[in-house]
Design a protein around this ligand. Structure first.
Ligand code: 6R9
Length: 580
């Protein structure tokens, strides 16, 4: 069924009113002029996000409104956030942690995490978030690949996920506990360190715009996770996209529901709203439909950035929870991370007063690249059009290494003309893999898409086997290598199985070692083993024991074939499922 275009809202006040004109008149130099730069020259992401505002009229404005799980709340003004992150920067400095050193964070959504992120980049160290629902194995792998010198975490998370791997982490010198002292040796008491750091302002040193600021791990089909390096001048793209794609402006109450353990929760949950000088709402709790409606209503959220899985859960929670709410403050709703089906776009219009505006981007792009805009007609099911300043194309690689755009309407790989400020500048320690992402001046995204005659982009699928489950990007190989460590498992293959709410769930197929008999108890044991090692967010939700896995002649597991069988598709007709 073709979905009707949703006409733009009455939006003469939108930041982006005339899309074509905004694209024509755009330059990154002009966008960069919206930032101050350091008094000593250079550009520092943390300084731009908080210190700049703390020195001006926004000093007393609420920067972070934190809502605790237990109903408590805490407001931090720009001045307070600037002072606290100064203290954190001084703590790092005092520990001898300096420019380029990597500071990892493993914590839930607590104010101290935001303070640590800002303080880290102000100290010119590199902030690297980890998802707090990761188990010990993904934490170990990322900390060791990233040679983390500092880990900022909590007592409980340390005990559950770090103790057992600490001896493997030879570069890890300091563990700072955000929630105070611990009896265990070798752990630093964060609040005491912050207290002792005193309140003299921290002077941010000259920071080159292309110096690393953030490190985000992301997954591919094979091999270990890749550390995508982002630089301070990503701030230019964070702010620009916050304005044009999210329509942020003075006076906004912005709520990004993503966890800072993933790129959306960092780019748009920490930095973009602060760069834009608005109030950012942070909820510590996990999804709960009633609580979420309460937050939208009570906090008078004006701009809401969320994800398809969460929206589908809201849809399923039924209309009663939404009925009678005063959502009149809400001006714009946007979504990212997975395909957003047309039904959900129009559900937003009906129940929340606004269409859901899909946006597309990746860890590697650092910021929104394609979006539906408030003042532009929405085509439900489409990711929208490129952000002014971004050239996107649908391409095919030719055998001689060139890249050719395909005609409108045809499928190909989504590509972006390289050179925007938040483009990743490397995969940590893997320049060859980085180089393979580029050809002919294009960054090749690994997503399949098509463009229609009016320039709207439509997501088709992934060109590789990575899985998006509940918006989280999971590499199948990371799961498979843990499964085969179970004493009964000889071989494993993992796919994303379509799921009505989570988009996909992780399904594992395992072959048992000779002499091991399949049983419900054994299957439960394998799943429990994977959950313990990987954490609930990464472990398989379903498992099947099979006699053999399909392999190519060169020995690679044919995950696509398993997926086709799972979906009941004819095996000869894998079209979009086929590996390119
Ligand atoms: C920000 C983020 C990136 C991958 C991306 C694509 C998928 C993101 C999407 C979407 C369909 C959208 N993706 N946005 N698919 N429609 N609007 O999610 O980064 O975790 O690196 O994932 O997510 O496949 O390539 P990341």
């Amino acid at each position: 069924m073709a979905w009707e275009t949703i006409r733009k809202e009455a939006t003469a006040d939108a930041n982006l009113v005339d899309y074509q004109a905004a694209c024509r008149g755009f330059s990154w130099a002009t966008a960069a002029a919206a930032l101050d730069g350091l008094p000593t020259g250079g550009l520092n992401l943390g300084y731009e996000a908080v210190d700049r505002h703390a020195r001006g009229p926004r000093a007393q404005l609420c920067a972070l409104r934190w809502l605790g799980k237990d109903g408590s709340r805490r407001d931090l003004s720009y001045a307070e956030l600037s002072a606290l992150s100064d203290r954190f920067a001084r703590v790092l400095h005092g520990l001898g942690v300096g420019p380029g050193d990597r500071v990892f964070a493993l914590a839930g959504r607590v104010p101290e995490l935001y303070v640590a992120a800002l303080g880290t980049v102000k100290n010119r160290s590199v902030f690297c978030p980890l998802f707090s629902a990761f188990g010990p194995e993904p934490v170990r792998q990322r900390l060791s690949l990233g040679s983390g010198r500092v880990l900022v975490t909590t007592r409980a998370l340390y005990r559950r996920k770090v103790i057992e791997i600490r001896s493997d982490l030879s570069n890890l010198e300091h563990v700072i506990l955000l929630d105070g002292p611990s009896d265990e040796a070798g752990l630093l008491d964060g609040p005491a360190l912050l207290e002792a750091a005193g309140d003299a302002p921290f002077t941010v040193e000259y920071t080159a715009p292309d110096e690393p600021a953030l490190l985000h791990f992301t997954s591919g089909t094979t091999g270990v996770p890749k550390g995508a390096v982002h630089v301070h001048e990503a701030a230019v793209a964070h702010l620009h996209t916050a304005r044009v794609a999210l329509d942020l402006r003075d006076g906004d109450r912005f709520w990004c529901t993503a966890d800072p353990g993933w790129v959306t929760g960092t780019s748009y949950g920490i930095f973009a709203p602060l760069l834009a000088g608005v109030t950012s709402v942070v909820d510590e709790a996990e999804f709960d439909a009633r609580r979420w409606y309460d937050i939208l209503e009570r906090e008078r959220v004006t701009v809401w950035y969320t994800a398809p899985t969460a929206l589908r859960m809201l849809v399923r929670s039924g209309g009663e929870l939404a009925a009678g709410r005063d959502l009149s403050a809400l001006r714009h709703i946007a979504s990212v991370g997975e395909p957003l089906e047309p039904e959900t776009v129009t559900w937003g219009r009906r129940h929340l007063g606004h269409a859901i505006h899909d946006t597309w981007w990746q860890t590697e792009t650092g910021a929104i690249m394609i979006a539906n805009y408030r003042a532009v007609d929405v085509r439900p099911g489409s990711m929208g059009r490129p952000v002014p300043g971004i050239e996107a194309g649908v391409v095919r690689r030719t055998p001689d290494g060139a890249v050719k755009q395909v005609p409108d309407g045809e499928e190909g790989e989504l590509a972006l003309r390289m050179g925007w400020p938040s483009m990743f500048r490397g995969y940590l320690g893997d320049p060859a893999r980085y180089a393979r992402c580029f050809a002919d001046g294009w960054y090749l995204t690994g997503d399949l898409a098509r463009r229609d005659a009016e320039g709207y982009f439509w997501f088709v699928g992934r060109a590789d086997d990575v899985i998006k489950t509940a918006g989280h990007l999971i590499g199948p190989f990371e799961v498979e290598r843990v499964l085969v460590e179970h004493p009964s498992v000889a071989e494993a293959a993992v796919i994303g199985k379509p799921h009505p709410v989570a988009g996909e769930i992780i399904k594992a197929f395992v072959v048992l070692h000779v002499g091991h008999a399949d049983s419900p108890a054994l299957q439960a044991d394998i799943v429990a083993f994977a959950r313990r090692r990987l954490g609930a967010a990464v472990a398989p939700r379903e498992l099947a024991v099979v006699n053999a896995l399909p392999h190519t002649r060169s020995g690679k597991t044919m995950r696509r074939l398993l997926k086709a069988r799972e979906l009941g598709l004819p095996e000869g007709d894998l079209s979009t499922l086929e590996n390119p």
